[in-house]
Design a protein around this ligand. Structure first.
Ligand code: ADE
Length: 225
């Protein structure tokens, strides 16, 4: 899979994308991530990429030309399955959306800034708009890193224990059950006996019950879905 990210702040994205599991995924050739600095596509000496909003109002608007030039250059090189715009007014990111995106070959992610992008960018190029939740951040960079992380960890071979991505919270519509490691007894707080016994079918049953219990308590809306 190849992910091209268009941003005015490539530095902000370097560290989360080039650390730990995401770094290893790139080193193993399982994913290729390319950061594109939008200012490289500015045609003026100041390297600006935004301008005042027509009609007035606070906040600058990202202009069409630099974004269009960057996207068109990429499209001339290969075909893209999705061109995603990170924005608080997009579709809320959910595991099912991430699962679908993890099956794509080439995607572009545009990180928005300021008051947003000129609406015509959305009309011309964007195939999917994604929000990471009902709150507003300073820019789309961290949301783009979050979406990339969620997608990449699903690519086969990225997580060493293949079953572990499938047993995540949300993959079966339930939250994950509680987990424990050594010591068996910490200041009198004991690990549930059943997990120590080695009866795998009983352990599976216990985990499923706990997952349902936890989902009922914390996220009853998931059970309604
Ligand atoms: N940019 C700013 N806030 C955002 C959000 N919640 N989701 C996606 N992109 C954003």
């Amino acid at each position: 899979m190849r992910i091209d990210i268009i941003t005015v702040l490539p530095n902000l994205m370097e560290s989360p994308l080039n650390t730990s599991i995401l770094k290893r995924a790139q080193d193993k050739g399982l994913v290729e991530i390319n950061l594109h600095n939008l200012r490289d596509y500015s045609l003026n000496n100041q390297k600006s990429i935004d301008d005042y909003a027509f009609g007035g109002g606070a906040g600058m608007v990202m202009q069409i030309q630099p974004i269009a030039d960057c996207i068109e250059k990429l499209q001339a090189e290969r075909k893209y399955d999705e061109i995603i715009y990170m924005t608080p007014d997009g579709e809320t990111m959910k595991q099912g959306m991430v699962n679908t995106l993890s099956l794509k070959e080439n995607i572009i992610i545009l990180a928005g800034h300021y008051k947003g992008v000129d609406e015509r960018i959305r009309e011309l190029f964007i195939t999917k708009e994604v929000s990471i939740g009902d709150f507003v951040l300073t820019g789309g960079e961290l949301p783009a890193a979050i979406l990339s992380d969620a997608i990449i960890r699903l690519i086969p071979g990225v997580i060493s224990d293949e079953t572990s991505a499938l047993t995540d919270s949300f993959q079966d519509g339930l939250l994950a059950p509680p987990v424990y490691t050594r010591p068996e007894d910490y200041k009198g707080l004991k690990v549930p006996e059943i997990l120590l016994g080695g009866n795998h079918s009983a352990i599976e049953k216990w985990r499923e019950e706990k997952a349902i219990e936890r989902t009922k308590e914390r996220r009853p809306d998931l059970l309604e879905d």
